[in-house]
Design a protein around this ligand. Structure first.
Ligand SMILES: *Cc1c(COP(=O)(O)O)cnc(C)c1O
Length: 394
């Protein structure tokens, strides 16, 4: 029988499903808004918290709980709360753990919408954010204030695949009475387990690799029972960005193949990065698995593989970048990532288009930059499709 010490791949397939009286093999989807009590006394006991169990699907749902338990096991965390999206996962951390007068320290290289949340919305509630250069620990150190509560980062970063030293930042956070929050979207627990490196909370956009086939929007927070099981759960059950049971089921089934897919994405992305590095129309290639990557050594220590994201800067700025994108015939021009279908994006005018020019310059989002989230089509077909535009540039 499998148990909590079982291998990652076994837990990814087996953890979380509590078989019902129907003896089903596949995990069922519980499409119900509420749950029925045996009698009035049981209803009262459930509502008062004296008796554990389901009440209402904004709080808990067995399908969603199966996903939460499985993801918690894979990340090595005590508790997981699933959310309607990755952004609501991040918002629930801010609402649950920060108050007016608190300060947040964030890597400048985080998801574009995360920056908007920190820059535009949190200040309305008296929470200020300072953005720092992620790879430079001194940049973090010198920005910590007495009221700093959270250090937030994404590693590898989007789209430039910079790597932060999670253990060093966890130590820094704890020395200063702060929590370290890591958005583990790009690696997933199949390649990197930040809790084991000292991080306090993990954020996921389940929309990406956890689903893995671009079907749903979802998110999750993972961490200890106190922070996640109490604080974050409290926010979600009160404010309502709950993950729907159908979406939870899709993500749950996605976890079953996560490890295989992440290996395949990594292998394909490395091949593409190596090909792009030989192209004369390209100024620079960003991929964690290239030995020329500035934090290659750290990546080898911290991750078990390099992931599926490859970014590159073409010579000729925005015009050239758009030409490469518009000349593809198979790749999907879409901002999503983590899909078996390869996607291609121009960050400066899409995902990072809402950032100020100053912030874009700070994060190195050049006009000639293209991001490819390498899917699982035959790699030579992906290379051929990108070559159509690249060969035209010279
Ligand atoms: C997509 C993404 C998010 C936001 O997730 P949604 O599911 O779109 O709300 C957060 N962080 C990273 C790194 C992402 O790629």
């Amino acid at each position: 029988m499998f148990n909590e010490s079982s291998h990652f791949d076994t837990q990814a397939i087996r953890t979380g499903h509590r078989r019902t009286a129907e003896h089903e093999h596949g995990e069922p989807i519980f499409t119900t808004s509420s749950f029925v009590f045996d009698n009035a006394a049981q209803a009262a006991a459930r509502f008062s918290g004296d008796e554990p169990g389901n009440i209402y699907a904004r709080f808990t749902n067995p399908t969603t709980q199966a996903f939460e338990q499985r993801l918690a096991a894979l990340e090595g965390g005590e508790s997981c709360v699933a959310t309607a999206s990755g952004m609501s996962a991040i918002m629930s951390i801010c609402v649950g753990l920060l108050k007016a007068g608190d300060h947040l320290l964030s890597s400048s290289s985080v998801f574009g919408t995360t920056t908007v949340l920190f820059e535009k919305y949190l200040p309305r509630f008296g929470i200020e954010t300072t953005f720092v250069q992620m790879t430079d620990i001194n940049s973090w150190k010198s920005a910590i204030q007495p009221n700093t509560k959270i250090l937030f980062l994404e590693t590898p970063s989007n789209p430039l695949t910079e790597i932060a030293d999670i253990r060093a930042l966890a130590n820094l956070a704890h020395e200063n009475g702060c929590l370290l929050v890591v958005d583990n979207c790009f690696c997933t627990p199949a390649l990197q387990r930040p809790l084991s490196l000292g991080a306090d909370l993990i954020v996921h956009s389940a929309t990406k690799y956890l689903d893995g086939q671009g079907r749903i929007v979802g998110g999750a927070v993972v961490g200890n029972q106190q922070l996640v099981g109490e604080e974050i759960f409290g926010v979600i059950r009160t404010t309502g960005p709950t993950m729907s049971p159908f979406n939870a089921w899709v993500a749950l089934k996605g976890l079953e193949t996560l490890s295989l897919r992440m290996k395949a994405h990594s292998e394909q992305a490395l091949k593409l990065a190596q090909f792009l590095s030989t192209q004369s129309s390209i100024k620079k290639v960003f991929h964690v698995g290239l030995e020329s990557h500035p934090q290659y050594e750290l990546a080898c220590k911290q991750q078990s593989d390099f992931g599926g994201i490859v970014s590159f800067v073409v010579k000729g700025g925005r015009e050239a970048a758009w030409k490469v994108i518009d000349n593809t015939q198979m790749l999907s021009i879409t901002a999503n990532l983590g899909d078996v279908k390869t996607t291609i994006t121009h960050p400066a005018t899409t995902t990072h288009g809402r950032l100020s020019e100053e912030h874009r310059n700070l994060t190195g989002i050049e006009d000639g930059l293209i991001r490819v989230a390498v899917g699982l089509e035959y790699i030579e077909d992906i290379i051929l499709d990108l070559s159509r535009g690249l060969d035209n540039l010279i």
